[in-house]
Each structure stands twice: as C-alpha cells, then as structure tokens.
Write a protein that binds this ligand. Structure first.
Ligand code: TUI
Length: 309
C-alpha cells in the first residue's frame, strides 16, 4: 500500500511536528492542501491537546495526525485524548513508543515513529510500526548523527514497511531525491515555518528567511539531547558554557522557556529558533497550498527530467 493510501491523503507529504508551532492553523492548511498535517503535542496537557484537535477539526474535514514527543511524561493522558477524539495517525519522536504501541494498535491507530538510525528503524518495525520516518541530521530540533542522504537508503534496505524521508527537504528537488533514495513519502518541517498560515512569531519567519546554509548549529550533544537551531546570542552563550563544562542544570536554566521566547515573543536572539539546514534556501513566505502545489510540480518535473550519463 502506498503512503497516500495508508494515510488517505492526496500527496505523499507529511508536515513535521514542530513544538508550540504545529497547531490547528498550520495543520489544517497542510491537510486541506492534500498533505498530512500533524499537531505537535509536546508541552501540551491532555485538555490543551483536545482543544487543538477540535480547532483543527473545525478547519478541515481531511485527515490529520498527532505527534507524541516521548520525552513527555503525560503520554497516557495524551493517548486517551487521541483515542477519544478519533485521531487515526500518531507519529512519535525522541524516544521509544514500546509501552504504548499495543494501546494504539488496539485503537486502530496508524503509528509512524520518527527514527534517526537503522537500528532504531528495525526496532520500530518489530514493535509493529506501520511506517517509519527516517530523519537525517539536516533536520531542525532534536537530531541524530547521520545525514538523510546516507540514512534513507540504509533504512529502506533494512525494513519492509514504507519509509518516509525527512531532514533537509525543502522543495520539489528534495522530494524527488528522497524518492530516488527509496522513500515513499517525505516529512517537511522547516519549509512550513515560512508560510502565511504558520502560527509562529513573524520574527521567527524572518530569521528563517535571513539564515544562510551554515547558520544552523547543533548544541547539547554532551547532555544527550542534541538540538539544531539557528545560531544566535543564546546559542553562543550555550556553546561558551558547554566549552567550560558547566553543570547540566546551568545549561538547562539557559534553555528553560527559550522555545517559547522565540516562538511566542519573537525574541530570536535570546530564544531557541529550531530550524533545519534548508532554512538557507527559503526566500519567500507563501501560502501552504501554493507551496505544496509548487513542490509537487517541481518534484515530478525533476524526476522525469533526470538523465544520468
Ligand atoms: O523528535 C524530533 N525532533 C524534535 S523533538 C523536539 S522537542 C525538544 N526540545 C528540546 C530538547 C529536546 C527535544 C524538537 N525536535 N525528531 C525525531 C527524532 N526522534 N529525532 C531523533 C529521534 C529519536 C531518538 C532516539 C527517536 C528514537 C530514539 O530512541 C528510541 C530507542 O528505542 O532508543
């Protein structure tokens, strides 16, 4: 079965779940445009998630999913809401969904874990995942070590379930490349930041437009939660403290509430501006529907124009 059949969508494009950003307006816009919008539930309570699901339902009659960030401690509570609200697709990140898998499968939910390595992809297949998103280190947010170019074909070879490519995909050429590597779909996060419907502070969008190819950096490798974001004042301070080998809680204090600062308040110097490496090629803020149409046209054109000699 193709990804579009599995997810009941028109185009094989999933929207990456971006904490505090991937909410009803963006999710519904992506689903209405023929992709799969995904609500990022990281940081939400059960009732906050319920409200977001209901807002999304009011804006679209198309399928959408919910992402569960597995570092969260209220996964049971969020799961109950997902089941009660009849959401049919769950993606997971930043951990293993092992203990919850039987509950989700019992409820008839399609489960698609995001994975950073072949080993974890295999593990997810064994646990009963319906597909996996293989996410390369080009992505924004919490990342692994392997690039999409190297990771994707290795995951494709290692599992028999469909593989969706993610990390470093920001236009139709990237989609065609992911399919050339064996992906059956793509997940795109960063490119959707610079859209009209994306409910993130305007300064965050402008930071994405301004950033060049080398302007993102991974911090936090030492404390086991490496995160890619756009370099700024806070990142410089974080790196300085990391180099000084300060205690973990000093670093945590610096990052506490930092995503909120950037996303909500628009403080892109002292806040955490999580974004992937493709932010360097974003030149324009546009509507989600136009973006998806453009990406699909470019992807099919790119694929059919390939000559290798
Ligand atoms: O999860 C993401 N990206 C994220 S989560 C996030 S929220 C956050 N904020 C601050 C610090 C840390 C997180 C921001 N961006 N992508 C999917 C992803 N999953 N990347 C890596 C993984 C992953 C890592 C280990 C998945 C599974 C895993 O281990 C599973 C196992 O079985 O050990």
């Amino acid at each position: 079965m193709s990804i579009t059949e599995l997810l009941h969508i028109k185009y094989p494009i999933m929207q990456g779940a971006m904490a505090q950003i991937a909410k009803a307006p963006l999710v519904a816009a992506v689903s209405n445009a023929g992709g799969l919008g995904i609500i990022a539930s990281g940081g939400m309570s059960g009732e906050e998630l319920r409200a977001e699901i209901q807002k999304t339902k009011a804006l679209t009659d198309k399928p959408f999913g919910v992402n569960l960030m597995l570092m969260m401690t209220n996964i049971e509570e969020l799961t109950a809401v997902i089941i009660e609200e009849g959401v049919k697709v769950v993606t997971t990140g930043a951990g293993t969904p092992k203990t919850y898998m039987p509950i989700w499968k019992e409820a008839g939910i399609t489960v698609i874990p995001v994975v950073p390595s072949v080993m974890i992809a295999r593990k997810m297949e064994q646990l009963g995942a319906d597909a996996v998103v293989a996410e390369g280190t080009e992505a924004g947010g919490h990342v692994g070590e392997t690039t999409t170019m190297a990771l994707l074909p290795q995951v494709v070879d290692a599992v028999s379930i469909p593989v969706i490519g993610a990390g470093g995909i920001g236009d139709g050429r990237g989609i065609a490349a992911a399919f050339a590597l064996g992906a059956q779909g793509v997940q795109i996060g960063t490119r959707f930041l610079a859209t009209d419907e994306c409910p993130v502070h305007e300064n965050f969008k402008l930071a994405c437009l301004k950033a060049k190819d080398r302007d993102t950096v991974v911090t936090g490798r030492r404390n086991g939660a490496p995160v890619r974001s756009i370099k700024n004042q806070m990142i410089k301070e974080y790196q300085r403290l990391e180099d000084e080998n300060v205690d973990r809680d000093v670093l945590e204090e610096l990052t506490l509430g930092s995503l909120r600062k950037a996303v909500q308040e628009g403080d892109t110097e002292n806040g955490s501006v999580m974004a992937g490496q493709i932010t360097g090629m974003i030149t324009e803020i546009k509507p989600v529907d136009a973006l998806i149409q453009e990406m699909m046209t470019q992807a099919t054109k790119t694929a059919s124009a390939l000559t290798i000699k």
